[in-house]
Design a protein around this ligand. Structure first.
Ligand code: ATP
Ligand code: MG
Length: 445
């Protein structure tokens, strides 16, 4: 993409309404535009990151054996009357009437609808295990929408639902979600710590929230600092192997890590003092085993191997897809702007032409752009007639992890400059070497 032809309305001034750094940088980098409280348009640069995040979420869900589908945003109220949640949900639910005066709602979540799909089509243990998920817009009429996409009213969520014949199978599905989420967040350059959370009025057996540590996080968290060193890395996990999957979960949930809702001071005090940490975190996901709450009230049953009919065991598992943009920026930025991890960056590399109109510089930039494209890497080429300083400031603000700087002086010596956004370290090398290096960096991503 050439900056001269792109739509990237970068702001010079800090927007007064943004209280936290991620919101400020998303507005300044021209990624989003607010349309109403907690409701945003996704401008091209923001949409590219949102799409990258969705792609990673899809890949890791499919790897875990989960199956995508797509449910609508609007739902009939009657489904929610069956579970009893239509009245319980309160003012967070946006209720709508259609022209026939039928009561509808904009879905804040999809347990009822997925249970309706299940009961219509599945009736035997032979069709299980089954986990269906989608990535769809949700609406919750939050009391205090704030911090940009972090707490929106309309927001994008991945929500998945497992259906299993018994509790042991459902807990395996829970564990599969935990492992797939760990991998998902790591691919986005995040450390998201699973923390035991409160199962609330549903009173399920198990629920964990995934928290990204950040001073601006809305949750207070208590943990053993050793938990932040845990990494899944590139190890292969066989998602069909219950013991293997459970072992990974055990590794990640044994050290103390809880939100304020489940915090236990006595357990916390047992941690060596230097490892005892109290901090703030952003909830980027939650997994939940709730058994038969919806299947019982909505009549979703399966026939088991011995011929008896039982309500299907379920859980629901969510990732805050649009919130993740804010969380990633909170975790990865400096005073000049965003620093995108390679996994989610809107463009893998930026090209800055120091002297637009100089024949050699223009030709070298075109050559780099094409050579990268030939390797399926779309660069963002700043081909505007602008001062070098302004181009650098824009690149730093939008946070592409790598920048290739091209100018007549370097070219006279046969070199361009490759700069890491994260370290600021620059290296001179031949243009072909820069292309090869970028290709190598993104090969495994
Ligand atoms: P919160 O406690 O932050 O209000 P929640 O626990 O009500 O969130 P869940 O029902 O667990 O949310 O939804 C799954 C995920 O969706 C959350 O972990 C979070 O990342 C994201 N999410 C929830 N509410 C919002 C929102 N208003 N804006 C953006 N993302 C959200
Ligand atoms: Mg939650």
């Amino acid at each position: 993409m050439r900056v001269s032809r792109y739509f990237m309305p970068v702001l010079k001034e800090n927007p007064a309404e943004a209280q936290i750094v991620s919101h400020r940088y998303m507005l300044r980098a021209g990624m989003i535009k607010q349309q109403a409280a907690g409701i945003y348009s996704w401008l091209p640069l923001g949409l590219r990151v949102l799409n990258r995040i969705q792609q990673i979420v899809h890949e890791e869900q499919v790897r875990a054996g989960h199956i995508p589908l797509l449910m609508p945003t609007l739902q009939p109220a009657d489904l929610w009357r069956e579970s009893g949640r239509y009245d319980d949900y309160g003012q967070e639910m946006l209720r709508i009437k259609d022209r026939q005066d039928r009561e509808m709602l904009y879905g804040p979540t999809n347990e009822e609808m997925i249970t309706d799909i299940f009961r219509a089509h599945v009736g035997s243990y032979k069709d299980l295990p089954l986990t269906l998920y989608h990535i769809q817009w949700k609406f919750r009429d939050e009391m205090r929408p704030r911090f940009g996409v972090m707490r929106g009213r309309e927001f994008l969520m991945k929500d998945g639902y497992n259906f299993d014949v018994d509790k042991a199978a459902a807990l395996h599905a829970y564990n599969r979600h935990m492992v797939s989420y760990l991998r998902t967040y790591e691919r986005m350059g995040l450390t998201a710590i699973p923390m035991r959370a409160d199962s609330g009025p549903i009173g399920g057996e198990d629920t964990h929230e995934f928290l990204v540590l950040a001073a601006t996080g809305e949750s207070e968290v208590f943990f053993d600092s050793a938990v932040t060193d845990l990494r899944l890395g590139s190890r292969e996990v066989d998602y069909d192997n219950r013991e293997d999957v459970a072992a990974v979960c055990k590794e990640f949930t044994t050290l103390y890590a809880r939100t304020d809702e489940t915090h236990d001071q006595a357990l916390f005090d047992a941690i060596p003092e230097e490892r005892r940490k109290v901090a703030r975190g952003i909830e980027v996901g939650q997994i939940f085993y709730f058994g038969t709450k919806y299947s019982e009230s909505m009549g979703a049953t399966v026939v088991t191997a011995d011929g008896s009919k039982v309500p299907v065991e379920m859980g629901s598992h969510g990732i805050g897809v649009s919130r993740l943009l804010g969380a990633i920026i909170e975790a990865s930025h400096d005073d000049k702007g965003i620093i995108w991890p390679e996994g989610v960056t809107p463009f893998p590399v930026g090209i800055v032409n120091l002297k637009q109109g100089d024949a050699a510089a223009d030709a070298a930039c075109e050559g780099l752009y094409k050579a990268l494209k030939a390797k399926s890497l779309e660069a963002l080429y700043d081909d505007r007639e602008e001062r070098a300083g302004a181009k650098f400031a824009t690149m730093d603000l939008i946070g592409l992890p790598w920048r290739i700087t091209v100018g007549p002086r370097g070219l006279a010596n046969g070199v361009v400059e490759l700069t890491s956004r994260r370290t600021g370290v620059s290296e001179e090398m031949a243009p072909e070497a820069a292309v090869a290096r970028i290709a190598e960096i993104y090969a495994g991503i």
